[in-house]
Design a protein. Sequence first.
Length: 223
Amino acid sequence: MSPIYVALDTPNIERAKAIATRVRHHVGGIKLGLEFFMANGRHGVHEMADIGLPIFLDLKFHDIPNTVGKAVQALRPLEPAIITVHASGGRAMLEDAKAAAPTGTKVVAVTMLTSLDANDLTSIGLSPDPHEQVVRLAELARSAGVDGIVCSGEEVKAAHAAWKDGFFVVPGVRPANGNSGDQKRVVTPRAALDAGASILVIGRPITQAEDPDLAAREIEATL
């Protein structure tokens, strides 16, 4: 099974289905985020699941523990393969999210968005060291009993070393000749996998390619 999850960040369900259908033999799953979910809801997730690929539901819950637990519980009928919560929501929130998740669903904690850098951390009152921030939140996630974390390829090696059986989701992945877009901490797919990534989230390099299937195959070939 390919470690590539294609990020279908579009509100247009027909476009999402068309891309997923074209690349389905060269990716391991589909990532659906807020943009898709707010436009298409649970029905849209069911339609995408009919394509036959695992669904990564990337809604990044961050609220009081009771609210997050009930929100995750409401997703049970969808049986997502992976869901996300923010690690910065704290231990109790992480514990409630994991307790509410369906059996077989991996709960992974977002440590630091790949669109942020040291200057952004300083602006919100945190230590200006992305590595330190990710490692601290990875330890919190591990001790809270969730399955893994979301982090950039720059931090996944250290996180994997400290959490041997963790599940590591690496977004912000770009081919060597790719455009970084709004991502500030990016690595190549091969480098992320070598550093310990469990799955790679890749969006625009595939979805905005002239031939998404060819783009997915070319990335897969580097792995």
